[in-house]
Design a protein around this ligand. Sequence first.
Ligand SMILES: [Mg+2]
Length: 135
Amino acid sequence: MEAVEAADGGRDVHAWDAEITLDRLRGDIRRFASDRDWEQFQTPRNLLLALVGEVGEVSEIFQWKGEVDNGLTGFSEEEKKHLGEELSDVLFYLLRLSDVCGIDLGQAAGKKLLKNIEKYPVSKCYGKSTKYNKL
Ligand SMILES: [Mg+2]
């Protein structure tokens, strides 16, 4: 794969490795947009609509397949690759939407997980799909 150097002399965006973090991905997506002068189009509303569109693309992959088992054993390698790409599109728009809204998604998600841990104590909800207010 051809390496591409960003205008700001940043690192090679094709050099993905195991060091990816949510924050690094957010920065790379921000730079991807700024390198193309796309910030002007990336308003919260536009990004939200793009996100919903990408969720629709994920839905299309599962459409008409009936119930699908964990691990997607009935999927071809090509279908799994396609799913990975569409889920990535969802993540990109989610991160970009959070970024333009001034929300640190990693921090927000960490706090929300703590809230959920309190809402759904293991002792009350183990093996149950009941909503927290019905436990
Ligand atoms: Mg897509």
